[in-house]
Design a protein around this ligand. Sequence first.
Ligand code: NAP
Length: 248
Amino acid sequence: MKNCKKIAFVTGGSRGIGKAIVDKLGSDGFIVGFNYVNSEEKAKDFVNELKLKNIDAFCIKFDVGNYEETKNAISKIQSEIGDIDVLVNNAGITKDKLFIRMKEKDFSDVIDVNLKGVFNCTKQVANKMMKKKNGRIINISSISGLIGNIGQVNYSASKAGIIGLTRTLAAELGGYGITVNAIAPGFIKTDMTDTLSESIKEKIINSIPLKSIGYPEDIANFVSFLSSDLGRYITGQVISIDGGLSAI
Ligand code: NAP
């Protein structure tokens, strides 16, 4: 079936920030799709939950770090559902270690998913968006890509890479009516941050000007804004959503 409704696709929508983005864009009226690599049951339950709310939703399993898998999956979506109007590159992993202990694989795995994954997915949608002269690409970077973070040489490099990619792509695609922006979340409550010890969490929260952790919805609300007509004149930007953490 081909659709006349706009389609938003979110990578890594089975949990955390991606899940909140899928939920919000679905409520905004998009047909929403997302992928996952491991959480099959969670992903399918989430699609059913969305359908109960009368949201058109679908999910598909593929690894964003794998170019061929990504190409085949997105091409299947394009032929069975339609062209993607809004792409949110959200999927990400951490493999934290001090540089001195970091193995080459810890570095390349994180770069492959977090940075190359953005290239892989964007590559499959950019042509179609250019032909339509319309599209929104929103990349989830991180405060770690802006100011660095001990133990995250791999992750910080991947997230800083996303910022360079975003700015350059915005310049290349602007003439085709496509906006490309990055969001740099601070400390957001998800599985990714739940693994930190209570004492580290408390220390981080104390250092945040707003003295509170952020929630996935804080990110989702801004993705919704950028995806709507209200965001039409914003491109090439990196927007921090971090309770002021990067401002001090
Ligand atoms: P999360 O709770 O760990 O969820 C990660 C999501 O990405 C899951 O849906 C996971 O799928 C998916 N994913 C992981 N590897 C993938 C791959 N190779 N291919 C496809 N999907 C994959 O993470 P989160 O905290 O929501 O983070 C979402 C994004 O925000 C990430 O890019 C992260 O770096 C960024 N961010 C997070 C924070 C924070 O404080 N949480 C701060 C700054 C930036 P499965 O469920 O199948 O594993």
